[in-house]
Design a binder for this molecule. Structure first.
Ligand SMILES: NC(=O)c1ccc[n+]([C@@H]2O[C@H](COP(=O)([O-])OP(=O)(O)OC[C@H]3O[C@@H](n4cnc5c(N)ncnc54)[C@H](OP(=O)(O)O)[C@@H]3O)[C@@H](O)[C@H]2O)c1
Length: 320
């Protein structure tokens, strides 16, 4: 398998895995309203993020994902600071919002460019569809931004198959490919396989960027009967909490069994399961160099078709 893939038909070549920066850059002032116990588990700092980036880069990862919404722009700001002068592709997202006028869209784009400290964004994604926004209108704005040289590739996020097809058709008329659709996808959340999104990605040549590929840490095997996730959002993780930790245990046991054959951890096997699909690019979040190094280890081995089949079978109930 190639070490790199093209983001859809955009011509941008990226590593088979990226890194997610959703929880990066929380400034001190924000601790008042997003303390660690209220947000995404244990807190970390700039130095750890820098290490995560360095370790990822050394392992060949060259794509980082952020969004204007993450910590009210602080994640974009931090990503901009850390990747400056480095050969990294930056993917960001603009909020669902009300983008009825060109000015609204341009304002959001300029604000992201300023926070990132860049003249252009490698992959610009619409974060969520909203019934207050017209996808065709938005895609025209995106196409204008590509023609103005401010955006290199156009992506969407949390789009259904039908919404993807609408975006794809409008962009096609302007000669621009839809590069990606970023959706939740992991062994514990296999809905894209049954809601038509994965199929539409394959058919249209669009990359499926898999967010929460470790099910917010659950697939690392660190949660069990006595070890619950901490942090407001993690405590309410639907993926395995709906089924209870009892349902998680056999999946982790299988990941461990398969991983032992290669000297790999459950997290690495879970990420590799996604990488084995040519249309899929996972973007695991990492808070420090240790997590980033472990995650990048998913790039350096392969699963057999029989092992992929076994993992599919064991997580069949997570398809809906
Ligand atoms: N488009 C969207 O709507 C959307 C939504 C959500 C996320 N995203 C994107 O997807 C990215 C990844 O999602 P996510 O961070 O929510 O979920 P994730 O990648 O499934 O989990 C990441 C978290 O798991 C833990 N972790 C990661 N690697 C680990 C390792 N090797 N060992 C032990 N623990 C490890 C860390 O948290 P702890 O240390 O606290 O356990 C880390 O923050 C985000 O950064 C963001 O870019 C997009």
């Amino acid at each position: 398998m190639e070490l790199k893939l093209f983001l859809g038909k955009s011509g941008l070549q990226v590593s088979r895995m990226g890194i997610g920066a959703m929880v990066w850059g929380q400034p001190k002032g924000m601790a008042r309203w997003t303390p660690a116990q209220l947000s995404y588990g244990p807190s970390h700092g700039r130095q750890e993020e820098e290490q995560a980036l360095e370790v990822s880069r050394a392992a060949g990862v060259n794509l980082i994902d952020t969004a204007a919404m993450y910590s009210r722009g602080a994640s974009e700001q931090r990503v901009g600071e850390l990747v400056r002068g480095k050969d990294f592709m930056v993917a960001t997202k603009f909020p669902p919002g009300i983008f009825s006028r060109t000015g609204d869209f341009q304002q959001a784009l300029e604000a992201s460019l300023a926070r990132l400290g860049r003249n252009s964004i490698d992959l610009y994604q619409h974060h969520f569809p909203s019934n207050r926004v017209s996808i065709p209108q938005l895609m025209e704005f995106m196409a204008d931004a590509v023609e103005a040289g401010k955006v290199r590739a156009v992506g969407v996020s949390n789009y259904s198959a039908e919404q993807m097809r609408t975006a794809y058709a409008i962009l096609s008329k302007r000669g621009i490919p839809l590069a990606s659709n970023q959706v939740q996808y992991s062994l514990l959340h296999r809905r894209p396989e049954v809601d038509g999104v994965l199929e539409a990605c394959r058919e249209l040549g669009v990359t499926l960027i898999a967010y929460q590929p470790l099910a917010s840490g659950a697939l690392t095997g660190k949660y069990g009967a006595g070890t619950r996730p901490t942090g407001f959002f993690r405590r309410f993780m639907r993926d395995f909490q709906g089924k209870g930790t009892e349902a998680l245990a056999p999946v982790v046991a299988l990941l461990r069994k398969v991983g032992d054959r290669y000297g790999k951890s459950p997290a690495q096997v879970a990420l590799r399961w996604l990488i084995e699909n040519e249309s899929v690019l996972p973007i695991p979040g990492a808070k420090n160099g240790k997590q980033a190094a472990e995650n990048a280890g998913a790039l350096t081995f392969s699963l057999t078709p029989a092992e992929i089949g076994e993992l599919n079978e064991a997580t069949i109930t997570w398809r809906v």
